[in-house]
Write a protein that binds this ligand. Structure first.
Ligand code: CAA
Length: 287
């Protein structure tokens, strides 16, 4: 299936990054979030990011204008659902995602593919609440989306070959390297990454060293571009907790038990960069 128009639901950091990347590669994009304020912020962030590319000489002002013309906020879910492919990038909450998939299934033409950018939730389960499980797939991008090369393409037990091929082709056409992964809790990257971040939080909780010490150790000792705690703040501590909860519940293994300190941070509203405070303080930084 040839994709021309993509609907992006959710204007947080992932939805924003997906929308930006899609227009940069020539797709028409309809973007929608329940929060109008967040949608506005997202559009202005995309505009700023593209302007920065113009300043760096990586594209012309003309190209920027052309790309921005491909991006529209969607007035409602019904209009957005008229896209060839809808990608959901809302918060990592199975109940809300199920509701959205039911709604999209009612509103979208029968050919439309419904994709999720979930980091951990079962694609088979999301497909099963629709009348089109063969056209439901995981297309999981990484943060920051315009920069990170990987896309995990997650086939549910019922995803068709045609949907899978379309998703792989879409990721490649957006300059990404798609990797086919089975539908399993947290897929590949987060299955490996999240236990490391969780362990870093346990190390912090046990007072073995402080947050800066943990991150310096992993950056200098393992050549990681960001330390695990800075990366957790970057992803969002609510998302980190949600993914660990899926891993713990679905795998039934104590090694995935979220560190109590992580839960406390989320309860405190210290969600990382987006809230101005996480393991580090971002109150002085521009978001
Ligand atoms: N949007 C667009 N471009 C961005 C960006 C953003 N948010 N952040 C950085 N960039 C661009 C910069 O403009 C710069 O581009 P040029 O080279 O063309 O000038 C380039 O990326 C490098 O940026 P910086 O020089 O500012 O900084 P850096 O070298 O420290 O790199 C980083 C920044 C790419 C974010 C790097 O720190 C990094 O790779 N961090 C780890 C990211 C990571 O692990 N992501 C996965 C998270 S897990 C996840 O997403 C899965 C999930 O489901 C939870």
């Amino acid at each position: 299936m040839k994709i021309k128009k993509i609907g992006v639901v959710g204007a947080g950091q992932m939805g924003t990054g997906i929308a930006q990347t899609a227009i940069q590669f020539g797709y028409q994009v309809l973007l929608r979030d329940n929060s109008e304020e967040l949608t506005k912020k997202s559009l202005s962030k995309i505009e700023k990011n593209l302007s920065r590319l113009v300043e760096k000489g990586k594209m012309t002002e003309e190209q920027k204008k052309g790309q921005l013309a491909l991006l529209q906020p969607s007035p409602d879910l019904r209009s957005l659902a008229q896209s060839d492919l809808v990608i959901e990038a809302i918060s990592e909450n199975p109940k809300i995602k199920i509701e959205l998939f039911r709604e999209l299934d009612k509103l979208a033409p029968k050919e439309t593919i419904l994709a999720s950018n979930t980091s951990s939730i079962s694609i088979t389960m999301l497909g099963s609440v629709t009348s089109r499980p063969e056209q439901v797939i995981g297309i999981h991008f990484f943060n920051p989306v315009p920069v990170m090369k990987l896309v995990e393409v997650v086939r549910s037990l019922r995803t068709s070959d045609a949907t899978f091929q379309t998703a792989m082709g879409l990721a490649e056409s957006m300059g990404k390297t798609p990797v086919s992964v089975k539908d399993s809790p947290a897929f590949v990257v987060n299955r490996i990454l999240l236990p490391m971040i969780n362990e870093a939080i346990y190390v912090l909780q046990e007072g073995i060293t402080d947050a800066k010490g943990i991150d310096s150790a992993m950056k200098m000792g393992c050549n990681h571009p960001m330390g695990p705690l800075e990366l957790a703040d970057f992803v969002g501590l609510d998302t980190i907790l949600a993914v660990l909860e899926v891993l713990y519940q679905d795998m039934g293994n104590a090694k995935y038990h979220p560190a109590p300190l992580l839960r406390k941070y989320v309860e405190a509203g210290w969600l990382g960069r987006k809230s101005g405070r996480g393991f580090f303080d971002y109150s002085e930084q521009k978001q």
